[in-house]
Design a protein around this ligand. Structure first.
Ligand code: GLU
Length: 480
């Protein structure tokens, strides 16, 4: 049975990279009828917060990534927050010490810094050289009497090559000689990441560790701990870093980095999921639009690329626009509502009338946007009391001939029966003939008069949304 996990550190909002790791784990679990666990790595006491934890979990849920076991939902292997599992780590740390795989280290910050500097000066990799490996009981007593609080270090065996058969990266090897004895429990009794993650993965029966490439160099340390404790080593799959278009590591400079930011800007969760899936995974075809169900069906690790994924905002925008245009209209209306409310176009407790208008407005404008937050800007023409005329629109309205034509149109508007889109379409079609002029003299000026612009939604849509009185008023306004 496949068991995978997402183990975020709650030190900030859920980032794009984390969301992608979560998604790949989720897809892999679902595809293989496995179990997906979400647990919290909160051992960085200073930087972790419940607020970040909440943000991360909310963002996952918003994306439609649900978990079978873990934080909030519970399960047999809890608790699922590392700070609530300290006894467990202590138990295994003691075992490692008793069996000679780990030892207490009493070195002070100053001593460690000194060692680091000396190694650097000799051109060597800074690492801990094992000074406290063989302390006598008397030495230990002395340090304890001085009030020193020891850390626990793992004894890294010399001269070994650790081989990782990574499911994405292939065979990767590390020499243990480059790894100094590393701390597994800090002097305050809190375990370090490399130690706690192994204990969690083992006790939760994790079969596949899918995570970001930045953790590849931690893997040999973790493998040494698995070996020392006699645990079965899981499979590893390290997913490539996400780079900006300039091929440097994705950061704030490249735009929004948290899922929350994208949500606020009006990206749809299914668009973000679709986009994230393609950041490193490829279907092997040219297809680009995938629902979560289709991703589950198609996902496999052997189609996850080794080379870095490039974050292409244009592509995300394209995908988001696609979903805005093609999703159920009522859903897009519902999701757009807050944006219309925050700019005052729709009241906080919208009436049925307001919602009917909003539905028509969204239908007419969703073609033109890539995010929901852009909708009000395109919809302004339907809500502004005073139109703002673009220069080009003004030139259309300046000619005497067009003004005469517009006057005539204004008087005819009332005659349109029902004022539904179909009737308006028919009316507009016949208009040039009735007025005895070319279409050019009719449509652009009319659009300019009604919207102040020379482009935008279809004229019949514009008129249907405005209604006959408002359409007439806008035209007549030009002559006052
Ligand atoms: N807390 C780690 C992170 O957020 C998890 C690493 C892992 O998955 O092993 O990067």
């Amino acid at each position: 049975m496949v068991r995978v996990r997402f183990a975020p550190s709650p030190t900030g909002p859920l980032h794009i990279g984390g969301a992608r790791s979560a998604l790949f784990n989720y897809l892999f679990a679902r595809k293989n009828n496995g179990v997906f666990i979400v647990r919290i790595e909160d051992t960085d006491l200073e930087r972790s917060s419940r607020e970040s934890e909440k943000n991360i979990l909310e963002s996952l849920k918003w994306l439609g990534i649900t978990w079978d076991e873990g934080i909030e939902v519970g399960g047999e292997n809890g608790p699922y927050r590392q700070t609530e599992r300290l006894n467990l780590y202590q138990k295994y740390a003691r075992k490692l010490i008793e069996e000679g795989f780990a030892y207490y280290c009493f070195c002070t910050e100053e001593e460690l810094e000194e060692e680091r500097k000396n190694l650097l000066a000799k051109g060597e990799m800074p690492r801990y050289l094992g000074k406290c490996r063989n302390l006598t009981p008397a030495e230990k007593e002395k340090y304890l009497a001085e009030g020193r609080k020891p850390t626990v270090r793992f004894k890294v065996p010399a001269g070994r090559t650790i081989v990782i058969n990574d499911l994405v990266r292939g065979v990767v090897t590390f020499e243990t000689d480059g790894i100094g004895d590393f701390i597994i429990v800090k002097s305050d009794g809190i375990p370090t990441y490399n130690f706690a993650v192994v204990i969690d993965d083992v006790t939760m029966g994790i079969t596949h560790v899918l995570r970001g490439e930045e953790h590849l160099s931690n893997t040999p340390r973790q493998i040494l701990i698995y070996e020392a404790l006699g645990f079965k080593i899981p499979e590893f799959a390290h997913i490539s870093l996400i780079l900006g278009k300039d091929r440097t590591k994705m950061s704030k400079r490249h735009g929004a980095t948290s899922v929350e930011n994208y949500r606020e800007k009006g990206y749809l969760p299914e668009a973000l999921v679709n986009f994230l899936a393609l950041l490193g995974w490829s279907p092997g075809t040219e297809e680009e639009i995938f629902t979560m169900e289709q991703l589950i069906e198609r996902f496999s690790l052997d189609r996850v690329a080794k080379n870095p994924a490039i974050f292409d905002l244009d592509k995300l925008n394209w995908i988001n626009g696609y979903y805005i245009r093609n999703s159920e209209l009522s859903r897009i209306v519902e999701l757009s509502l807050p944006y219309f409310q925050s700019c005052g176009y729709v009241s906080n407790n919208p009436t049925d009338e307001e919602m009917r208008k909003l539905t028509k407005v969204v239908e007419a404008t969703r073609e033109y946007v890539v995010t929901l937050s852009e909708l009000p800007e395109h919809a302004a023409i339907f809500y502004q009391k005073e139109l703002i005329f673009e220069e080009e629109a003004k030139t259309f309205l300046a000619e005497e001939e067009t003004r005469n034509i517009l006057r005539k149109i204004a008087d005819k508007i009332k005659e349109i029966p029902g004022f539904e889109e179909e009737e308006i379409k028919g009316f507009l079609k016949k208009l040039p003939k009735e007025l005895g002029v070319g279409g050019k003299k009719v449509y652009m000026p009319l659009r300019a008069a009604l919207t102040g612009k020379t482009h935008g939604p279809e004229l019949y849509q514009v008129m249907a949304i405005l209604g006959p009185e408002e359409a007439e008023r806008r035209i007549k306004n030009l002559f006052n």
